[in-house]
Ligand binder design. Structure first.
Ligand code: ZN
Length: 321
């Protein structure tokens, strides 16, 4: 058993699962004995509950000030780089989109040292030309969720991050290039409408979403993207298209079995694309994601309580020691 002490957060690793020690504080430092910090995190959605080819794989149970993430996080080496994998819905798909603890998921990845997140999700297509089996690297979101906490702030500390470009251009380019390299048909940009769910759209909603010019529909990514931006993490999306939602007259009778078959084929492609993407991710950052809070914290530091500083230490520690 070992602990990751993080002011108000602790990471516990079951005995026999390897050892990690990591500290964060005002000036974030990572001290490791055993597993070093993972700089690239992967969040896998429907169909992608593990990552193939990880060496030195270890499971880490992370505690955060926001509760527990969806599952243990698996860290290991892929293409010579240290990565962390989290199953968004938990292994066995136990959490619907509205019950996922998004804040704990993002905070836990931050604690493990991630500075980039690659999100993999199953989505429905709202356009004829975006066919099942294609990938889309979403670069815009519309948030139609209603029952989720999608910010780390509040409790006496106000922040307004820029979100006009909600994904990381650098990670997005790597994901699109990696898809090309693997022979997967990829659309390099598009708007992802995020609905609350868990029900799929009505026909009227699907027609409305098409009329408004959206491209794909899902239930999770905008919440993650908002929190990743607040946590100063790069966030890039592989949206794997599984079906035509319900609007397509020739596809309205698609069976669950067909959707599952496409989901499984997409997951196999995603494994290859992820490998190529991890290999291609540059060591240096040329994006601005890592400084998202530099001009976003608006509360007078004198008014910010110790408890709030402690709770958000991994995210705001460098600004509010
Ligand atoms: Zn970035």
């Amino acid at each position: 058993m070992l602990r990751l002490g993080v002011t108000s957060a602790a990471i516990r690793i079951p005995a026999g699962k390897g050892t990690v020690a990591l500290k964060t504080g005002p000036k974030r430092t990572a001290k490791t004995s055993g597993t070093p910090p993972a700089s690239i995190a992967i969040i896998g959605g429907s169909g992608l509950y593990s990552i193939a080819g990880l060496s030195e794989a270890k499971e880490v149970r992370v505690k955060t000030p926001f509760g527990d993430p969806s599952d243990a996080i698996v860290t290991g080496l892929l293409e010579g780089k240290r990565v962390a994998f989290l199953a968004r819905h938990g292994r066995g798909h136990r959490f619907p989109p509205g019950e996922i603890n998004y804040r704990a998921n993002i905070y836990a990845l931050k604690l493990l040292g991630a500075d980039r997140i690659i999100s993999v999700s199953a989505v429905g297509s709202l356009r004829e030309e975006l066919a099942p089996g294609d990938f889309l690297v979403a670069d815009q979101f519309v948030d139609r969720t209603r029952h989720r906490v999608s910010t780390f702030f509040g409790a006496g500390l106000v922040a307004h991050v820029s979100f006009d470009k909600p994904t990381c251009p650098e990670v997005s380019r790597v994901l699109a290039d990696a898809s090309d390299l693997c022979g997967v048909k990829v659309h390099r940009k598009g708007t992802y409408i995020c609905m609350e769910g868990p029900q799929f759209s009505t026909l009227a909603e699907a027609h409305m979403h098409r009329a408004l010019g959206f491209d794909v529909i899902g239930m999770t990514n905008v919440t993650e993207a908002k929190l990743a931006r607040e946590a100063e993490l790069c966030y890039g999306v592989i949206a794997m298209i599984t079906d035509y939602d319900c609007w397509h007259p020739q596809h309205e009778s698609v069976t669950g079995a067909q959707i599952v078959a496409t989901l499984n084929q997409n997951a196999e492609k995603a494994q290859r694309v992820l490998r190529a993407a991890i290999k291609a991710v540059p060591r240096e950052h040329r994006c601005k994601c890592g400084a998202a809070l530099a001009h976003a914290l608006v509360t007078d530091p004198k008014c910010v309580s110790r408890a709030t500083r402690r709770r958000l230490a991994a995210i705001t520690g460098k600004y509010l020691p």
